[in-house]
Design a protein around this ligand. Sequence first.
Ligand code: SF4
Length: 342
Amino acid sequence: MTNKEKSFIGLDKIETLSLLKRIGAETFRYEQIQNWIFDNFCENWEEMKNIPKDLRDKLSEKMQLHPLQINHVSGSENEPTKKFLFKTISGHSLESVLMYEKNRTTVCISSQIGCAVDCKFCATASMGFIKNLNDYEIIDQVLHLERLSKHKITNIVFMGMGEPFLNYKNVIKAAKFLNHKMGFGARRITISTAGIVPKIRKIADEEHQFKLAISLNAVTEIERKKIMSVTNTYSLNELIDSARYYYQKTRRLITFEYVLLKGINDSPSDGKKLISLLMGLECKVNIIPYNEIGGDFNRPDEITIKNFLKELRKAPFNVTVRWSKGTDINAGCGQLAVEAIS
Ligand code: SF4
């Protein structure tokens, strides 16, 4: 990889120190630059005012600072949700979402460009799999959004484009960095999976403190296979077993996400089956009325949603409903998709 393909933020400490040495900079500049990047979220070399101009010029000639550049922002200043279209150095596009709620500011970040998992209701699936994001391309989404956010980011969710557990190494590396180096509490970082069972067991064994969310969306093997092909590889039973294993190992609650699809998984009887499926598991369930993307699936009407929730209120676990924000700008859950190269 040449420097032109790599950004400064993509260099590790040894590579950075070696670069600084090559261009005649003193070692203490390393800390100063790190401070500009990770504490002040600066956008470019020019902002680094305590770095001499000739050094900034040399660095800028060598390589760009950020691995991602912002190409487009959807959503106006006062809206609760904004969507950001980024471009990588290799010319691929990806999206992240910033959401303002009462007491929290959440970023939803991508872990891959496209996705191979092929959940039938998801816009990202239509792109196919294009590439894994590097750890620094994941981190850079947060750096940009922290700079542009009206409020300090409080929560990070890996629920954007891609299946995080199919890019496990880079996702964990990025999550650890966000936790250790940038100070985001591990409990405020949630990693979501469609059900990559071996990685659910692995993250349980590795005893990370991050939160886990499982995108469940169906209550029987047959129904889940119809909408989530991953069930052909890891059955619903194996998935629930891995969730039990995760809880036994970590004693941390799992969140099950359940996208409510009209006529597919939205009847009171589905609600009843959902309760028995998760019986005995320490968890909470997050119901997400579907955000339509112009495909084969629809959001149930309000009465159907109400009846489903009425049944689910009998559950021994906590149930919340996420009325996704940003559906008008296609920033809702399952709506992220971009052209492969733009
Ligand atoms: S829902 Fe997640 S795992 Fe499924 S296709 Fe979409 S991005 Fe991939």
